[in-house]
Design a protein around this ligand. Structure first.
Ligand SMILES: [Zn+2]
Length: 215
């Protein structure tokens, strides 16, 4: 009989981050202008400016790792995953990526993208296991760190948890800027923008688990 081995005892800190807000980071501000432009260009998905150079994506990733490593001290960032290929729901929702409606739309619209994300996570976990690491740090980024990266982080975190990994509660590094979302501006705390898992989210995470296993 085939017995599935238990997952290794990793602790997995998983974070979402918005490239656009890297400029609140001292290391970023110390960079040469050209490097800053590269990050800015990637954060705006190449729409707003001439391409500052073919290395802009690599440069943005380098910067993201640096910022993350400053934030997480002794941890190295094992995997930086882009959710920029997903469409940006900013204009279509009042809520952040913690809301079911944002997660559900992202997942339904971007199944292939999620498989790709899950594949990268699995690969990072395999590598970490081979190197006997105790932590695996996964960073998920988008432009603002409010929708795509947050939704992907929440879904991934719940999937890994349900498989049996020890996952830290996701850290959303750009959450300071959520206060200007339409749902938060009304004053009281939004009931949909929470990490709490209700029936709708539970059903979504079960579907996501299937995709994870298939990835
Ligand atoms: Zn909300």
């Amino acid at each position: 009989m085939l017995v599935t081995p238990p997952p290794p005892p990793f602790v997995i800190p998983i974070v979402s981050v918005g490239l656009r807000f890297l400029d609140s980071c001292q290391e970023y501000r110390n960079l040469p202008r050209q490097e800053q432009n590269n990050v800015w260009w990637v954060a705006n998905e190449g729409r707003c400016q001439r391409d500052p150079g073919e290395n802009s994506v690599a440069s943005a990733l380098r910067q993201l790792r640096l910022t993350m490593e400053t934030r997480f001290g002794e941890y190295a960032v094992d995997e930086c995953i882009s959710t920029m290929p997903m469409y940006d729901p900013e204009a279509k929702t009042d809520h952040c990526g913690q809301a079911w409606e944002v997660q559900d739309r992202a997942f339904r619209t971007h199944k292939a993208q999620f498989r790709c994300v899950f594949g990268r996570v699995k690969e990072a976990l395999r590598k970490a296991m081979a190197q006997h690491q105790e932590n695996v740090v996964i960073a998920v980024y988008c432009k603002s760190g409010r929708h795509r990266s947050v939704a992907t982080t929440e879904i991934t975190s719940n999937v890994l948890q349900s498989i049996g990994y020890r996952v830290n509660e996701p850290a959303h590094l750009a959450d300071y800027w959520w206060r200007w979302l339409p749902c938060q501006r009304r004053g009281s705390r939004c009931m949909q923008c929470t990490p709490a898992v209700d029936d709708l989210k539970a059903a979504l995470y079960r579907k996501a688990c299937k995709e994870y296993r298939a990835a």
